[in-house]
Structure formats: C-alpha cells, structure tokens
Write a protein that binds this ligand. Structure first.
Ligand code: C2E
Ligand code: MG
Ligand code: MG
Ligand code: MG
Length: 281
C-alpha cells in the first residue's frame, strides 16, 4: 500500500465508523432485551460510620450480566441507557429491586439508589419512588438517593421541587462525586441535601498531596456548617481512615470496608458483629 494514499485512509475511516455504529446498535438492542431477560442485578457496597465502625447504609450499584460478554460495568452502559431513554424503565427497576431487597436485610441500614438526571426530567419520578416504597413495605427513612451535580444544571425549578417532594417523603438525599462537576457552592445552599459524598479522586491523593487534604478538609467543614453529613468515597487504605477521622468526616465507603457485592454476601456482612473502632486508630 502506498504511503499517504488518502483514499485508503478514508475508506478505512468509514469502515471503522460502520463498525462503531454497528456495535453501538448491538449494545442498544442488547440493553433493551436485558431488562426483559432479567440480566440486571444490584450489588451493594457498605458505608461505614467512622465514629462507631457500624454500617449505616449500603449503596446499590447496577450490574449487567451479559450472556456473552459477561459482567458489563455501569460505566459502559448507563450513558447509552440514558441516550435511548431506557434509563427511565431501568431506573424504576433499580428503585423497586433495591427496596424489595433491603426489606430483608438483617439490620435496618439505609439503601442508597443512584438517580440519573434523565429520571428528573420524567414527571413520574416521585410517584415511582412512592410506589417502590409501598409495594416493598420499606419505610421511607430507609431509602436514600444519590444525585450528581449535573442534575442541578437542568431546569432548576422543577428539579428543586422534585427534590423537596422526595425529602418530604422522608428520603435522604446525597450529592454524589462532589468536587468533580460544576461545584457551584450556591447549589449546596439552594438544594436540600442531607449528605455530601466527597469524590474518590480527592481521597486517592489525600495522603500524597496537601492541596487534596485542604480540599477534603474544607468540604467537610462546609458540609457540617450547612447541616449535612460527609462521606468519603473510594477509601482503600487504613491511613486514609485515620486522616478522615482527624478531619471529622462522618462516613466512609471503599474497598477497605467492602467491595460492591451480591445481596447474599452483603446480608452476611450486615449480620456479622462489628467491633467498635479502636480510638487510638
Ligand atoms: P458512584 O455512584 O460514584 O459509585 C461509586 C463507584 O466507585 C462504584 O463504581 C464503585 O464500585 C466504585 N468504588 C467503590 N469503592 C471504591 C474504591 O475503594 N476504589 C475504587 N477505585 N473504586 C471504588 P461502579 O459500580 O462501576 O459504578 C460507577 C458509576 O455508575 C456510579 O458511580 C454511578 O454513577 C453509576 N451507577 C451505578 N449504578 C447505577 C444505577 O443504578 N443508576 C444510575 N443512574 N447510575 C448508576
Ligand atoms: Mg453513588
Ligand atoms: Mg460517587
Ligand atoms: Mg462516580
């Protein structure tokens, strides 16, 4: 092949585009089928109270067991589900399943569900949440939702009204991945959050970079002064726990305390006694 043959390069580019379009179409078709075929499951990851070492909440994280591709992580399909509108149905399934499963936990920890910005555009979100609670019998105090800053960028009035309605039902509301998005501080004032989750990127570098420590310190103070609890995401090392306790962080979530795991194993974890944290730690 002649070097610099523009036409060959062009054709190659077109073939590449075709292949990408095709695999995207496949993914869309597979996703739509997956919901009917029952290929989705929820895994749960504990959030630990740093003062008592007890599990206060578990976050529900969506898993797709694809018949051929195996486990597909949410990072690979949530965006597509949003783009084709399937996230409405899928999100409803997540809410129902999380409430149904949490009812049978051995301790009354709260179950946390991630909500997509698209679900806030849907007029039925509050009704869907109410129905999930009623059908499962889960008390609303045991349900929490997590939203990212992107939710707040769209149609603020309607979003604010929905968040207030959810909160009036007794559901707790967390700001997820805080510090990575627009992070306008005025959002924290105008929206009714109960909890701020500090993005894992700040926790990863907590012990390595002074600026990260300063940011984490400020987010914790800010959250507390606004009456919110703070959670550190992505905690993997005992040193991070020591530091977070020094900074007054309330909760921690990460591989150190437990990976996202299937229902039966999180139930075992919830049933097992946990010693109080050593205060010297
Ligand atoms: P997220 O809500 O911020 O969830 C935390 C992510 O961090 C999870 O990734 C979790 O497995 C991962 N993680 C937890 N501890 C550690 C740690 O110690 N180290 C590291 N490196 N990672 C940790 P996952 O399960 O892949 O989910 C990714 C994202 O997908 C979630 O981020 C959430 O935004 C979205 N997602 C998951 N389930 C749902 C769902 O049901 N609905 C919607 N709309 N989004 C979901
Ligand atoms: Mg989350
Ligand atoms: Mg997060
Ligand atoms: Mg995230």
């Amino acid at each position: 092949r002649v070097k610099g043959d523009g036409r060959t390069g062009h054709r190659f580019f077109e073939q590449e585009m075709d292949a990408q379009l095709q695999s995207r179409r496949h993914l869309e078709q597979d996703l739509i089928q997956a919901l009917k075929a029952g290929e989705f499951a929820l895994h749960y990851q504990p959030l630990v109270d740093l003062a008592s070492n007890q599990i206060s909440e578990c976050e529900a994280l969506l898993r797709w067991h694809h018949p051929e591709r195996g486990m597909v992580p949410p990072g690979e399909f949530i965006r597509v589900a949003e783009e084709i509108g399937l996230i409405i149905q899928l999100g409803e399934w997540v809410l129902q399943q999380a409430c149904r499963e949490a009812v049978s936990w051995p301790i009354p920890a709260r179950v946390k569900v991630n909500l997509s910005p698209i679900q806030f555009v849907d007029q039925n979100l509050v009704r869907t949440v109410k129905r999930a609670l009623e059908e499962s019998g889960l008390p609303s105090s045991r349900l929490g939702v997590e939203i990212t800053e992107s939710v707040l960028l769209q149609n603020n009035e309607a979003t604010l009204a929905t968040l207030h309605e959810l909160r009036q039902l007794g559901i707790s509301i967390a700001m997820d991945d805080f510090g990575t998005g627009y992070s306008s501080l005025s959002y924290l004032r105008s929206f009714p959050f109960d909890q701020i989750k500090i993005d894992q990127s700040f926790i990863r570098d907590l012990m390595l970079r002074n600026d990260c420590r300063a940011i984490v310190d400020s987010i914790i103070s800010l959250g507390h002064s606004l009456g919110m609890t703070t959670t550190a995401e992505g905690v993997e090392l005992p040193e991070q726990v020591t530091e977070l306790r020094k900074l007054g962080c309330d909760f921690a979530q990460g591989y150190l305390f437990g990976r996202p795991q299937p229902l039966h194993s999180v139930q075992e974890m919830l049933a097992a006694p946990r010693p109080p944290l050593d205060d010297a730690a």
